[in-house]
Design a protein around this ligand. Structure first.
Ligand code: ACO
Length: 329
């Protein structure tokens, strides 16, 4: 096992005020029901951004909480790594908007787009910045306002997603705490199973893109499900190998919260009982890059993670991308 270089020194989270239950979809004309959504996904409710709530406002709020927890001021942050697929603007980067909002006047700021695996990619990039001496203190945020880029008429996707942000401060490791292993992969040949067909630079934007739904997230759910289970299993195995640990050494698994059935299949593959797996998909839905850091902040707050805990983070998302991080707290 390698000596950790970077550790998680503080976390925070922020979600929109409005909670939307499954029953509310019928009221807006979606042909679905609470029983279908709960049985197929485990989701009971999600947070939906309202007027004035943006990715920047949620991320800045989460970042301020994380900075307080880590005892860090905005001026001490050297780099901001923002993982998101739903930036407030396509130009400039979401990270720069957060940099301005929190007053991190010395920080470099850039986005990492790895969809739901974004926070895992971001933590690995942050570790590299610290390892090379480029940065001492890195703010890694995973956050989304997916409800603004999903098709509210498409029942295949609109019941799945929610909004929120989780922030993490990474600093140089002390007392053997920190990232023990990370593993990152991608397969772009599968990109069209989960994507936004238009709205980028490939084609000139037209009004048709809004009416034909191609401006919004589209997904082949059944295919995504199969790949998710396979990729999460791969990520579990490879991170354990890299850290030279067994499943028994892991105190808590924090998987990407997309679907309870994917989480249960991952736990079964890892040979970890569900009581060692953190689940909050019921209350948040799939917040993509926000899901793992939001769960991490909850788990630190409610005592599921304590000093000395060894935690595995495992994620999967559009791209496809997948990966894992094992860290000691
Ligand atoms: N309510 C009621 N019925 C629905 C709904 C809904 N909200 N959505 C789909 N259905 C219907 C379908 O139309 C289909 O009907 P049909 O048989 O008459 O054609 C039926 O339910 C079954 O549809 P499936 O897609 O086969 O259902 P499945 O059991 O696969 O569940 C789900 C669908 C929940 C989307 C599942 O496939 C899944 O979770 N996939 C993975 C999704 C995921 O993790 N995505 C995020 C990746 S992370 C990221 O990067 C954002």
């Amino acid at each position: 096992m390698k000596r950790p270089i970077a550790m998680i020194a503080g976390t925070g989270r922020a979600v929109p005020k409005r909670v939307m239950t499954n029953d509310e979809f019928a009221a807006i004309g979606i042909d679905t029901n609470d029983e279908w959504i709960r049985e197929r996904t485990g989701i009971k409710s999600r947070h939906v951004a309202g007027p004035g709530e943006t990715l920047t406002s949620l991320s800045a709020e989460a970042a301020r909480i994380a900075m307080t927890a880590a005892g860090v001021t905005p001026g001490e942050i050297d780099s901001i790594v923002m993982a998101t697929v739903s930036p407030d603007h396509l130009l400039p980067a979401a990270a720069v908007e957060v940099q301005a909002a929190i007053g991190a006047t010395r920080a470099a700021a850039f986005d990492v787009d790895a969809a739901c695996t974004g926070w895992i990619y971001g933590v690995t990039v942050a570790e590299g910045l610290i390892a090379t001496g480029t940065a001492e203190t890195v703010l890694v945020i995973g956050g989304e306002v997916l409800t603004r880029i999903m098709d509210w008429k498409d029942r295949n996707t609109c019941v799945l997603f929610g909004d929120g942000a989780g922030a993490t401060i990474l600093k140089k490791s002390t007392k053997g705490r920190g990232v023990l292993a990370s593993y990152l992969r991608s397969d772009g040949t599968l990109a069209k199973l989960l994507w936004r067909p238009s709205g980028g630079g490939a084609k000139t934007v037209t009004a048709d893109m809004l009416t034909d739904g191609s401006f919004f997230i589209q997904m082949q759910g059944r295919d995504v499900f199969k790949h998710a289970v396979r990729s999460m299993a791969d990520a579990v195995d490879r991170a354990l190998d890299a850290a030279k640990l067994s499943a028994d050494d892991i105190d808590l698994v924090i998987p990407h919260q997309a679907n309870i059935r994917i989480i249960e299949a991952t736990a079964k593959h890892a040979n970890v009982s569900m009581d060692k797996v953190y689940v909050n998909v019921d209350r948040y839905g799939n917040t993509s890059a926000g899901s793992i850091p939001i769960a991490l902040d909850e788990a630190l707050g409610n005592g599921r993670i304590t000093e000395g805990s060894t935690v595995m983070f495992v994620g999967f998302g559009a791209g496809f991308t997948w990966g894992s991080v094992i860290a000691r707290f």
